[in-house]
Design a binder for this molecule. Structure first.
Ligand SMILES: C[S@@+](CC[C@H](N)C(=O)[O-])C[C@H]1O[C@@H](n2cnc3c(N)ncnc32)[C@H](O)[C@@H]1O
Length: 264
């Protein structure tokens, strides 16, 4: 079956409640889309994620209810089925609900489950894509995920063993790890066991777009020790591949005292 229509918007159909899953971008308020900002301004209820840009909440219409559905590793404040049920219940009660998520709703963000829950309950739902941290946080560190001559493709994975076991391990295929801090040593061991070059350039980018953003570059086999030594903490994006050499942080590391940077 083919379709020429894009998935629905909350403006389709009659009045009443709806849910919009809005990608809030990687942390800076200015990186939400215009459509996302428009729906946020129309919301009665905003259900907000831990990594969604909190500054956006300051611009809400007075009286908008804000529900904090933050989830911390191992400490799920609101379980996923509780969030799904909340979105559905509020929309069925006639509210305009924005589910404000960090990055893009469909990139390792469980947005698909929330959409399916709304559809199953007959709730009008729209997904507004966001700027994903998987691409934007490396960019904030000056790392392009692809770059002519260095990488023609990239993989984005959560740091689960099974996923890391399936991605290509080549220096010219960029690997972007989300949620990767806690299992970093194990992830690197899997990659090197699978034949990854231990000298592959690697970077951690912590707290992208925040005033205390920190970028650290090293090579793959040193990554776990370096990360431990400097206390790398979440949220962080880990980038592995030759594209890391484009970043100013790599060039500074590789060329102390003004010497030209060697090739990786
Ligand atoms: C549950 S995933 C959600 C990803 C999100 N849907 C997206 O598209 O960006 C959360 C992970 O995204 C990464 N992340 C999100 N925002 C970040 C930021 N501002 N700085 C560094 N990492 C970030 C971290 O790896 C974090 O553990």
């Amino acid at each position: 079956m083919t379709s020429t229509r894009r998935a629905g918007t909350v403006d389709d159909g009659v009045d009443g409640g709806w849910v919009a899953l809005v990608g809030g971008g990687p942390g800076e308020a200015g990186l939400i889309t215009a459509r996302g900002a428009e729906l946020l301004a129309r919301a009665d209820v905003v259900v907000v994620d831990r990594l969604a840009p909190r500054d956006l909440l300051r611009g809400l219409t007075p009286g908008t209810e804000v529900v904090d559905a933050s989830k911390r590793p191992g400490d799920h404040l609101v379980p996923q089925d509780g969030i799904d049920a909340l979105l559905v219940a509020r929309a069925l009660a006639g509210h305009r609900v924005v589910r404000l998520k960090g990055g893009d709703p469909y990139v390792l963000g469980r947005g698909g489950e929330e959409v399916l829950a709304c559809r199953a309950a007959g709730v009008r739902v729209e997904v507004v894509p966001g700027v994903t941290s998987a691409v934007a946080v490396p960019a904030a560190a000056g790392i392009p995920v692809t770059h002519r001559g260095l990488a023609r493709g990239f993989s984005v994975v959560s740091a689960h063993e099974d996923l890391i076991s399936t991605v290509p391990v080549r220096r010219d295929h960029t690997l972007v790890l989300l949620m990767g801090v806690r299992h970093l040593r194990r992830s690197v061991a899997i990659l090197t066991d699978r034949g990854a070059d231990p000298r592959t350039p690697a970077a951690t980018v912590e707290r992208g777009y925040r005033p205390d953003q920190r970028v650290t570059t090293t090579i793959l086999h040193r990554l776990p020790d370096v990360a431990e030594a400097i206390g790398v903490s979440a949220p962080a994006v880990i980038v592995i591949g030759d594209v890391v050499t484009v970043s100013p942080a790599w060039k500074k590391r590789a060329a102390p005292r003004g010497r030209p940077a060697p090739r990786p």
